[in-house]
Design a protein around this ligand. Sequence first.
Ligand SMILES: Cc1cc2nc3c(=O)[nH]c(=O)nc-3n(C[C@H](O)[C@H](O)[C@H](O)COP(=O)(O)OP(=O)(O)OC[C@H]3O[C@@H](n4cnc5c(N)ncnc54)[C@H](O)[C@@H]3O)c2cc1C
Length: 447
Amino acid sequence: MSAPPAAAPTAVAALESELVELLGEKNVSSELRVRERASVDGSRMSPIIAEQLPLGVADLVAFPTTAEEIGLAVAAAVRHGVGVTPRGKGTGNYGQAIPMPGGLVLDVSRARAVVEVGEGWVTAEAGAPMVALERAAHATGQQLWMYPSTAQSSIGGFLAGGSGGTGSIAHGANHMGFVQALDVVHATGSAELVHVEDAEADLYVHNYGTAGVIARATVRLEPLQEWRGVYASFPDAASAFSVVRPLGRLDPLPRLASADGPVITAALPEDQAFVPGRASLRVIADLATVEEVTAIVEAAGGRVEDVREGAQTALTISMLSYNHPIEWLQKSAPGVYFHLEVGGDALVDRLGEVEAVFEGGLLHIEAGHTTPIGMLAGVYQSPEQVYAGIAALGELGVGVHDPHQWNVDFQLARTVEVARRTDPDGLLNPGKLNPDYAGPTKGAIIR
Ligand SMILES: Cc1cc2nc3c(=O)[nH]c(=O)nc-3n(C[C@H](O)[C@H](O)[C@H](O)COP(=O)(O)OP(=O)(O)OC[C@H]3O[C@@H](n4cnc5c(N)ncnc54)[C@H](O)[C@@H]3O)c2cc1C
């Protein structure tokens, strides 16, 4: 795969002048410090990507403050032939927000207005943090369908780069059905915000902005439920993981159910509900199911350590889900662990074999929409070791998503087709949409 071409310095300089006119001096920067800060994301979690950094550094950074300014900035960059890498909070895991050939990083985090909340929906500008959307929903007796464990991240970045989190047991991953409408900007030189709804809006989801830049989004809300945070402990990982499937069948469903064995639990921030030497389970459970959750926990040999109330509890539990326990594990032993995103019943049914695929294998698990999903950590040796392990996991019936590469791997052919029309010159997030990307995994892909 050849690297995408860099923009000509004269084109970048001309674009900078035009952006200063459009957005004001304080919203455009070519300072090295700002450009470097805008060119990193959460991909340091991957030792394979970390070894290749820096993958690219922006030539220019712009900070539009409204949806309309996002349109103006994209149009200007396209007219000057400069590539545009959109950016929310830069928490994505795979280097998707790194501007491979330089060019313009369009940091939309200052376009953050929550525009309107209606019955069953909220409209916000692309840079609005997920926590702000959830807060606005609560004020009207509603809640988001889903939000990621990086709750401070942006709605645009979550839709373009994320896949699920709190709420995904009920609604699944990959945002399908979550997005009601988007206003997107195409790379055609026009600043028009193109309004798309439902299935047409899904064409812009999880493809890293390569089909269009999201300027504004309308996502679904549901009636607010009374949640409780249930913390439990178990003698070992196997007994903690055994309750994830029954919890995922409760009625009403939990918003989240996450479990870790004793080693990962010990790496989490201190909490009296985390008992040294024991595995941990955290559940955001509907109040009506707390007794049932307790019965499920006790039948599996566990005990409930605490039941907590309040919106902050749900947020705290969310921020210990998905990739966060792995991040804490990595912080506790710097430079030791890598991870893979995994899924399937084998995570519970063949736990010993799954963890044994990698030296020091440790699984973090979540209740999923249909089957459990999780993060498998192991001691990092080499890319070859990781890819051999992916093949071995496939043989165990484990689905894998590879977080060590930045290519669009969800609905690739569909995005290539859309981008032919919406980005004819390949200027949107250059380097991420590669039609020949075949996927490194030999297992079933979980996306
Ligand atoms: C510890 C940890 C835990 C995580 N947990 C989760 C989780 O539970 N669920 C989950 O889904 N993800 C998770 N992630 C990944 C990431 O944090 C989320 O997907 C997050 O929502 C991304 O939002 P962001 O604003 O940081 O996007 P960024 O990282 O800035 O961008 C992500 C991608 O979207 C593109 N993009 C950004 N804004 C736009 C826009 N307006 N229009 C078009 N494209 C755009 C970027 O170019 C990039 O390709 C986790 C990451 C870490 C490090």
